[in-house]
Ligand binder design. Structure first.
Ligand code: CO
Length: 151
């Protein structure tokens, strides 16, 4: 059982790009009712609210539930034309994106683009909690919206 510790052959090999993902920062879940979602995590898992913030530029209000050194990020639309509102309309509540912690968002974004990834943000932008973020399109990315998060 040494696939992880083995090193050789476990990764992309010497020709592969440098590892840029240092941790899972958050798993984001789109919800219709933020208060109800926060209450669900408290009453079901005993998990407490760590941070709540309205991000006008994205048309969302988000609540961060601390889980170890990562978060569950509950996201709720604040207006009908926000991307999260359209997501909820099409797919209902559920997993929206995964946020990975990176050391340097600009460098990580450049590497993803150079590796053929389809970036939504061509340059990093401010996220919540004073972070710097960039989103990578789910198309060509195993159907998963990815957020690169620099603290
Ligand atoms: Co996020």
């Amino acid at each position: 059982m040494s696939a992880v510790a083995g090193g050789e052959g476990a990764g992309a090999g010497p020709a592969g790009p440098a590892p840029i993902l240092s941790a899972i920062d958050h798993v984001a879940i789109a919800v219709h009712d933020l208060d109800a979602a926060v209450a669900h995590y408290r009453t079901t898992y005993g998990a407490e609210l760590a941070h709540r913030e309205r991000v006008e530029s994205d048309g969302v209000e988000e609540a961060l539930i601390a889980v170890g050194t990562s978060y569950v990020q509950l996201v709720c639309p604040t207006r009908p034309d926000s991307p999260v509102a359209r997501f909820l309309e099409k797919r209902g509540e559920g997993l929206h994106h995964v946020g990975f912690r990176v050391e340097d968002c600009a460098a990580a974004l450049r590497q993803v683009i150079d590796s053929g990834g389809k970036a939504i943000d061509q340059v990093p932008r401010p996220g919540s909690r004073g972070t710097t973020v960039a989103f990578i399109h789910p198309q060509g990315g195993l159907g998963t919206l990815i957020e690169l998060v620099q603290e």
